[in-house]
Design a protein around this ligand. Sequence first.
Ligand code: NAD
Ligand code: DAU
Length: 351
Amino acid sequence: MHSILVTGGCGFIGSNFIRCLLTESGFSGRVVNVDKLTYAGNPENLTDIAEQFPDRYVFVRADICDRSAMTDVFARFAIDAVCHFAAESHVDRSIVAPEGFIKTNVDGTFTLLEVARERADRLMLFHHVSTDEVYGSLGPEGYFSEETAYRPNSPYSASKAASDHLVRAYHHTYGLPVTISNCTNNYGPFQFPEKLIPLMILNAAEGKPLPVYGQGRNVRDWLHVMDHCRAVWAIMQGGKRGETYNIGGRCELANIDAVALICDLLDEILPDAALGPRRGLITFVKDRPGHDLRYAIDSRKIERDLGWTPQVTFETGLRQTIQWYLGHRAWVQRVRTGEYQRWVQQHYGNG
Ligand code: NAD
Ligand code: DAU
């Protein structure tokens, strides 16, 4: 692989992946980051990388649904591998406004696959990044394996499931060299503060209410974003074409316990006598419609076949993540006010 197209590289996981590729993976080629810069895409996440690697990092603002733009990117940069992160990713938004999820996650993936198929002569790999949510919801027992039947429950997970099926079909029908990964909940630096962990960190730091859906008994399996990035790279290097790999953190927590831990760590890192123990900020709010009860991944396949295991324990990773958000107030401020979106408009126009 000499020229890797990373889609959605200005988002949370994509930007961490590009950082991982260029600074620690051993990859010596070029990274082409294609991102539409939706509300979730922030070029500031990679400012230092763009400065440090002017010859090996290229950013192109484009929509993955735009076929001629994608064709141009593949040709112009002699793309020989794809790592596809770009998606609408927030479940709550998919419940309120599903259309954009179908557009980007289904049509966008289809467009990329079509362009990749045209370039099959030089394409070594199309890696598709997906989610454990395609498997639906677990009861208190059991795990999702690569063989678990798809049973998506939200417009978001249904759109991701559709994209997974397309990727698989392009391998089966056209022989496109694909791999797929289905990962559990990520946390870490640069996550947009609409998701549970950064939202709770920032609200707790500022003494604001912590809105826990329902009774907080829903369970998620947490993985540090860098462990996810290393897993994706391990699959891109050694994964068998046509195969799916599940990636999990072996770290199941009920939401209420995750939020309580955030409160306790912040009480220690940022004591505020006037506030009292931050657990007192926890507020139970109306549940998410169709809220999946539990996700848990059986990741024995990637551990056995590719030698990957998570390196970062939840408490260590959470502590570092809290420190990161406390140390990046200006980033938080710009993201919250939408200031970076104004900057994007000035630099790139509206679309
Ligand atoms: P994110 O919302 O932080 O980032 C998505 C990125 O995609 C943004 O930079 C956005 O601008 C870009 N994008 C959106 N629509 C686009 C389009 N039409 N064309 C080009 N770019 C577009 O998402 P994330 O949390 O980093 O997730 C990345 C991928 O990983 C997604 O495919 C998601 O389904 C998957 N995933 C996420 C998690 C998680 O916990 N966050 C877990 C498992 C899998
Ligand atoms: O499992 C992987 C998925 O994890 C990814 O595919 C998605 O892109 C990613 O957004 C994430 O989905 P979740 O819905 O699990 O993540 P979220 O951070 O939105 O919510 C985590 C849990 O916390 C979930 O049970 C809902 C709950 N929650 C969330 C928010 C934002 C709350 O209780 N309160 C909140 O304010």
